[in-house]
Ligand binder design. Structure first.
Ligand code: 13P
Ligand code: SF4
Length: 342
């Protein structure tokens, strides 16, 4: 079990240190969770940004695409979704007859908030030739208005497969959308939303880390700003980041995404070192406290809340029938295109 114990950042000389937590702190709760899992025939799905102790009790830990694929094929009766609301909704849309619980009902997302369904419908009405591509980080009501869903792991593949006679509208992440335009050369109208956590990374901080760790590879999530993506060795989804770090001959990596991912990287890439990028400009704010990126929504979930939501089978995801039905089609389309050879 790990925890970030050191959060001081007086210049670039000290880095967040993740130390082993005493195993027994979480063991009693983990034991209760395993018993509940058996009793409920539940599956625990966790996103790469969840705290380490949640990742350690999960049946599957991965990115948004992997989690949707797992949800699509599970035989469990109950899905315990350790991530944020839109992810649990996606699992419910794929499993309308199963119980889906989320440890904290307030685990939202700034991207989801940026794109209300009524405002999207207004924009769509301005061009009947729009083909709407939605990043999975949006509400079920928005998914119900879209033609296809993408994740950061398959956005490029899905945009390449989009009908050529359509005008593409990409919602709600302008940074991911901009990156996909760069990769595919396909013009798209972009919704002006962003991930509040990734938008805080700055190029100067990444360049300073490059100076300090010249051997390190810089790995950036596509939700980051272009100035940061341009300073990267690799731009990819959280799952692809882990594969990149596993397969790269490099032994040091500067990681530009939510710091929860370091837990898996340390477990799955033994002997390699991971440096979290601070989310403020170290050139302009010397001496400020480190703010290594944490998504405040992802971090609402705790191991205790995982146990409690299994005991109470609440908070539970419930959606109107017509939203369930209409939102399923673009998700299934995504899963089908993702399964094609790339
Ligand atoms: P992925 O894990 O799919 O790359 O997405 C990152 C994210 O921000 C999820 O909210
Ligand atoms: Fe949303 Fe950003 Fe948090 Fe992901 S990291 S859930 S995109 S706010």
């Amino acid at each position: 079990m790990t925890e970030v114990l050191e959060k001081q950042w007086p210049g670039l000389d000290r880095f967040p240190v993740r130390k082993l937590m005493p195993q027994d702190r979480f063991e009693p709760i983990a034991t209760e969770i395993y018993a509940l899992k058996k009793q409920l025939n539940a599956v625990i799905l966790a996103h790469n940004y969840q705290v380490g102790e949640i990742q350690d009790v999960a049946d599957y830990v991965g990115d948004s695409l992997g989690l949707a694929q797992q949800a699509a094929k599970t035989n469990a009766d109950v899905i315990v979704f350790c991530g944020v609301h839109f992810m649990a909704e996606t699992a419910k849309i794929l499993n309308p007859n199963k119980i889906v619980v989320l440890p904290d009902k307030d685990a939202g997302c700034s991207l989801e908030e940026s794109c209300p369904a009524d405002k999207l419908a207004e924009l769509q009405a301005t061009n009947p030739n729009f083909w709407t591509i939605a990043y999975i980080n949006c509400s079920a009501a928005v998914k119900a208005l879209c033609d296809v869903i993408v994740t950061s792991g398959n956005a490029e593949q899905i945009v390449r497969a989009a009908p050529l006679d359509k005008d593409l509208l990409f919602v709600p992440d302008e940074n991911l959308g901009e990156w996909v335009i760069e990769q595919t050369g396909r013009p798209m109208t972009l919704w002006r939303g962003n991930c509040y956590a990734h938008a805080e990374f700055r190029r100067d901080a990444v360049l300073k880390l490059r100076e300090k760790f010249p051997q390190a590879k810089v790995v950036v999530h596509p939700e980051a700003l272009r100035e940061v993506r341009e300073a990267a060795d690799a731009v990819c989804s959280t799952e692809k980041m882990i594969t990149y770090c596993q397969t790269s001959p490099a032994t040091q990596f500067v990681i530009v995404t939510e710091s929860g991912i370091i837990h898996r990287m340390q477990k799955e890439c033994p002997g390699k070192e991971f440096i979290c990028t601070p989310t403020f400009d170290v050139m302009r704010l010397p001496g400020d406290n480190c703010r290594c990126s944490e998504c405040k929504y992802m971090k609402l979930n705790t191991l205790e809340k995982v146990r409690d939501c299994m005991k109470k089978l609440a908070p539970r995801i419930e959606l109107p029938d017509d939203i369930l039905r209409r939102a399923r089609l673009p998700i299934e389309r995504m899963l089908e295109i993702s399964a094609r050879p790339n």
